[in-house]
Write a protein that binds this ligand. Structure first.
Ligand SMILES: NC(=O)c1ccc[n+]([C@@H]2O[C@H](COP(=O)([O-])OP(=O)(O)OC[C@H]3O[C@@H](n4cnc5c(N)ncnc54)[C@H](OP(=O)(O)O)[C@@H]3O)[C@@H](O)[C@H]2O)c1
Length: 178
């Protein structure tokens, strides 16, 4: 069975980026960065939207990049191994499973519509949310179809168990497990 986790960092008001093109590493804590790298290392594959991929190129990681620009599974580049564009509108989910392997660990890394997709698919075993002590008031939301303040009750109603701990003086890591 594929094990799916979702991980993101956000402001207290639920934004994953201040604006288009914003790189969260400019405002996330060192502790969050360390956690992110640990989770990437523990995973077989990362999944992300095209914009997140383009903002964080890394040829050494195994990635599935969601994009509607492709009609079939296509390599991101002829020279990069193990990075593929995937369009879930067209390609069946069983082909995703074949690509990543049935016993793999898959880490979902944003952005908004990719979060939406996996929440809707209802396959996430773990959701890790780092909440940094900031308020942006505007920006790119963690999810499009649910208000960030309603996320907890949404997930609890779907049998997730919530835990939370501080990872530094002001940053909180909230984990939902199921
Ligand atoms: N704070 C965090 O933890 C965190 C995490 C991730 C990203 N971010 C930030 O968020 C911003 C990017 O997020 P974003 O939401 O604007 O963009 P994004 O999800 O990274 O990329 C959007 C693109 O992904 C493709 N896509 C998304 N959902 C798809 C679907 N269901 N089917 C097919 N293709 C799909 C489309 O590509 P095409 O246009 O090619 O069709 C879409 O234009 C950046 O600033 C990034 O740094 C923050």
């Amino acid at each position: 069975m594929i094990h799916y986790s979702l991980m993101f960092a956000c402001s207290q008001d639920g934004f994953i980026a201040k604006k288009e093109g914003d790189n969260p590493s400019l405002w996330t804590s060192e502790e969050d960065h360390k956690l992110l790298l640990e989770h990437i290392d523990e995973s077989d594959w990362s999944v992300m939207g095209r914009k997140t991929h383009e903002l964080n190129p890394n040829q050494n990681r195994k990635r599935i990049v969601f994009s509607r620009k492709v009609k079939t599974i296509e390599p991101v580049s002829p020279t990069i191994k193990n990075q593929f564009y995937f369009n879930p509108d067209i390609t069946q989910w069983s082909d995703f499973a074949k690509l990543v392997g049935l016993n793999s660990k898959v880490l979902i890394l944003g952005g908004t519509r990719v979060h939406d997709f996996f929440l809707y698919l209802d396959v996430l075993s773990k959701i890790y949310i780092t909440i940094e002590p900031l308020n942006f008031n505007t920006g790119i939301k963690a999810f499009s179809f649910i208000n960030f303040n309603d996320l907890e009750s949404f997930l609890i109603a779907r049998k997730y168990i919530k835990e939370q701990k501080k990872i530094n003086e002001k940053t909180v890591l909230v984990t939902y497990s199921r």
